[in-house]
Design a protein around this ligand. Sequence first.
Ligand code: XBP
Ligand code: MG
Length: 266
Amino acid sequence: MTDLKALIFDVDGTLADTERDGHRVAFNEAFRDAGLSWDWDPALYGKLLAVTGGKERIRFYIDDFLKDFDWSTVIDSPDNEDQRFAWIAGLHKAKTAHYLDLLAKGTVPLRPGVESLLNEARKAGYTLAISTTTTPANVTSLLSATLGKDSLDWFDVIAAGDIVPAKKPAADIYNFALEKLGLAPEQCIAFEDSRNGILSSLGAKLPTIITTNGYTKEDDFSGAELITDGFGDKGQPFNVSHGDVDDAQYLDLALVEKIFAATNKA
Ligand code: XBP
Ligand code: MG
C-alpha cells in the first residue's frame, strides 16, 4: 500500500468557475478592442471549451466556426502560419490582460469547499501542486486574489500553460508536475472537472476525483474514482454521481484519503 503524498489540482473549472464569467468575458473584451465583431456567448463558449488553451481555442474558432474568415483583414501575408500564430498570440495577450483585471477585481471566487480542503491538506502535511493549461499569471493572480499572496507558497509546483508542448488532454502537464515533485502517480491524487482534464490525469496514471460544473456535467468521466457536482461544504452538500462516500456531505480530507486508500486496494 502506497502512502498519499500530494494533491494535484486543475484550476479552471476545478478550483474556481473561471470560464463563463472570467475567461469568456476577457476574450470578448479583447475581440472588441481589436475591432472584431466576434461575440462568444455562453452556449458557443461551451462548444469552444472542446479545445483547451486560449490561443488554441481562438484558432479552433477561426478554423471550425468562421470557415470564410479573411486573414488578409488582419495580417499582411494571409497564408503565412507564423503571421497567423503571432496575430493570435497578440489577441490572446490582450485577453490575458483583461482576465487579470477581472481577477484583481475579485470577479471570480474559489468554489465552495476549496479553501477548507487546501487548509486541511496543508495542516496534515500533504504536498500541494497545480496542473493546468491556463497562463501562469492567471493562476498566481487567482490564488493571490482569493487566498492572499502567501498562498503561492502553499504549492510546491505550479505547472501551467505553454511549459509543455501539448496541452490537455495530453498527459504532459501532469507528467511535468510529477517529475518536478519527484513523486510517482500512485503517491498522488488529481482533482479535475472536465473530460480533457481527466484524459490528461489518467494519461499520467493519476487516480482522479471529478467535481463537475455547468459546462462539464454531461462529460464522460470514465475512470474517475469519484464524481460529484462540487467540493461541497458545511451546509452546502455535494451530489455524488459515482463513488462511495458513505454519509459524507462534502469533500474533506478524510474523504480524499478514503478514496485514495480504495484505489490502492484495487
Ligand atoms: C482550461 C483552459 C484554459 C482557459 C484559458 O483548461 O482551457 O485554456 O480556458 O486559459 P483546464 P488561457 O482546466 O483543463 O486546464 O487563455 O490562459 O490559455
Ligand atoms: Mg479544468
